[in-house]
Design a protein around this ligand. Structure first.
Ligand SMILES: Cc1cc2nc3c(=O)[nH]c(=O)nc-3n(C[C@H](O)[C@H](O)[C@H](O)COP(=O)(O)OP(=O)(O)OC[C@H]3O[C@@H](n4cnc5c(N)ncnc54)[C@H](O)[C@@H]3O)c2cc1C
Length: 559
């Protein structure tokens, strides 16, 4: 039996009761991880998220659970070692959401070859280092492939391909991973988790931060807490300003965008790392399976990214530009026999890395991906930086700092209690059986798929596609509203399902129908339903218009 609930109203009601040991601000992967770590240690925990779980950077990543080969080349061995350790833990604790993914590094020869020979040799050493630093824990070491063997994985590679490296990392669904962490905190450990609830003020008692004022959308609520943890990523300085009175300006945002193209255009059955010849970096080319968990199944895409550029625009609204798209297309087209054009781009997403500023570096690509935990004079703990992959470790460190602030008996008890290292996330249990019954549901809901299967058995129309041409089913939208705290059309199309990231315009076309399905479940009036559709379509149109992309509803099928 679950200990807690994941119903928004019930969680809101909980927020107003008594004093929490820990109040976490921010429901990205970091905040969700902090809430789970704190709740698992027996601390009375609450989390508030201004928008939706993972709506910030945590739904816009490259979706890799990896050590980061590139950081080795920068000499950051400890970061890679720790990340590879976390990768193994995630493969075990969330086997339904985190999968081993082989990667190809194609090496080209000839004039203008993308990787000069000496760089290729250095890469070979880096691959050994990666295995030795912990990559080998996945059970396989890297190998060198001849051109034919490499083409068997990516037949679209151009003529100049000489050979390739093959190594192993892992892939996840970032938004669903964040949600699984949040649901585990609530359902298994009784944490109060509320989305669409923003902190607008901090409360103080005797100079100490002792809670916060929350705007719930339907009024304000005072939440009392012995310690507050600020896990707001990009917005961490804004929350620190509420505590410290001045804005510390420690976060330097760096923008990274991805584009999704029909899988048929690349036909890669594994991921590839393609170097950008004009830059000292590379981009990922990652396949994303469609219907039936199959590459080539309906809705399959390959996503390509990322860019890494300094950003000084509105942090609440990063957009992919025409230059961003051109950068990625130019890089990938140098590797392919047949070029991909802007007309092939089905979707884009733009995220901002919350890097911790370093005045001595001018390139955001050089800034550290390490995390930082600080405690203010008022006792508020702030955790910034890091990666999706290392969220658990960041959370452990942040809760360690929170426990130090708590002190006394509570602190002592929490220090000695349960670690999240071997803690399975929701859906891990029973996932193997679920996979045999229905691979599509199992890969997204794990052992909880049975609930969706029962809903579909009661109403077989729920097995129909949610968005024509994409693998998601109508039942997933209803399940999202009923059991996953989705409260808007965008929550359902962008994060509970990832429909918008596969085919933006197709989701805009289906928005009216999906909103009608959700209206009954969420109690929307006709005016509210229409407003949800209008807002979703306006955001999708802007996402297409800013980079000047043509409208596209052509989806990939098997071919
Ligand atoms: C392009 C790109 C690619 C990446 N790829 C990878 C990758 O492949 N692998 C990897 O390991 N890492 C990757 N990362 C890094 C990773 O995505 C981030 O480190 C991670 O998602 C940050 O999570 P977070 O919880 O700290 O921040 P966020 O996800 O941004 O969460 C912060 C949350 O705080 C909320 N918030 C803000 N203010 C308030 C308030 N006043 N009240 C309540 N809530 C508030 C926001 O709404 C937001 O949801 C990538 C990052 C980018 C940008």
């Amino acid at each position: 039996m679950p200990l807690g609930t994941f119903d928004r109203n019930e969680n809101l009601a909980l927020l107003g009761t008594g004093t929490f040991d820990v109040l976490v601000i921010g429901g990205g992967i970091t905040g969700a991880g902090v809430a789970l770590d704190a709740a698992a240690r027996g601390l009375r925990t609450a989390l508030v998220e201004r928008d939706d779980f993972a709506s910030g950077t945590s739904s816009k990543s490259s979706k890799l659970v990896h050590g980061g080969l590139r950081y080795l080349q920068n000499g950051d061995i400890r970061l890679v070692y720790e990340a590879l350790h976390e990768r193994q833990r995630l493969l075990r604790n969330a086997p339904h959401l985190v999968k081993v993914l082989p990667f190809l590094i194609p090496v080209f020869t000839g004039k203008g070859g993308i990787i000069p020979k000496q760089v290729a040799r250095a890469l070979g050493s880096a691959m050994w280092m990666y295995d030795l630093t912990g990559g080998i824990r996945i059970g396989k070491v890297h190998k060198r492939l001849k051109a034919d063997a490499a083409r068997a994985h990516m037949p679209t590679l151009g003529e100049r391909l000489a050979w390739a490296y093959l190594y192993y990392d892992a892939q996840t669904d970032d938004a669903r991973l964040t949600l699984a962490v949040a649901r585990t905190a609530a359902l298994d450990f009784g944490a109060a988790m509320v989305n669409h609830a923003a902190v607008t003020e901090l409360r103080r008692e005797g100079g100490r931060v002792a809670g916060a004022v929350i705007d719930t959308g339907a009024g304000t609520l005072d939440v009392r807490a012995r310690v507050v943890v600020n896990a707001t990523g990009l917005w961490a300085d804004d929350v620190r300003a509420l505590d410290e009175g001045t804005h510390p300006h420690t976060i330097r945002p760096a923008k990274g965008i991805h584009i999704a193209v029909p899988w048929d255009k690349v036909r890669n059955d594994i991921a590839a790392v393609v170097p950008v010849s004009k830059d000292r970096r590379s981009i990922f080319v990652v396949p994303w399976a469609g219907a039936g968990g199959e590459l080539g199944g309906e809705g399959s895409v390959t996503y390509i990214g990322t860019t890494d550029t300094d950003y000084d625009g509105d942090v609440d609204d990063p957009q992919c530009t025409a230059d961003d798209v051109a950068y990625l297309l130019d890089a990938i087209n140098r590797s392919l026999a047949e070029p991909i054009g802007p007309g092939d781009v089905l979707a884009t997403w733009a995220g901002l890395r919350p890097l911790v500023a370093d005045a001595t570096s001018s390139r955001t690509a050089d800034l550290s991906r390490r995390h930082l935990v600080t405690t203010s004079e008022g006792g508020m703990v702030t955790v910034t930086g890091g990666k999706l992959t290392t969220y658990r470790e960041m959370a452990e460190d942040a809760v360690g700092a929170a426990v130090a602030v708590l002190g006394g008996d509570i602190g002592r008890r929490a220090r000695r209690s349960r670690s999240t290292r071997k803690l399975p996330l929701r859906g891990a249990e029973g996932w193997t059986e679920a996979r045999e019954a229905d691979p599509h549901l199992a890969e997204r809901y794990g052992g909880e798929s049975g609930v969706l299967a029962a809903m579909t058995a009661a109403d077989p129309t729920l097995a129909e596609p949610l968005v024509p041409g994409l693998p998601y089913r109508r039942v997933e939208a209803l399940y999202a509203a009923r059991y996953e705290m989705a409260t808007t059309l965008d929550d359902v199309l962008s994060r509970r399902t990832r429909a918008r990231l596969r085919a933006r315009d197709a989701t805009a076309a289906a928005a009216d129908d999906v909103a009608t399905l959700l209206a009954g479940e969420l109690g929307w009036s006709e005016a509210e339903r229409a407003d949800q559709v209008a807002r979703y379509r306006a955001a999708a149109a802007r996402e297409r218009e800013v980079p000047g992309l043509p409208e596209s509803v052509v989806l990939t099928g098997g071919s």
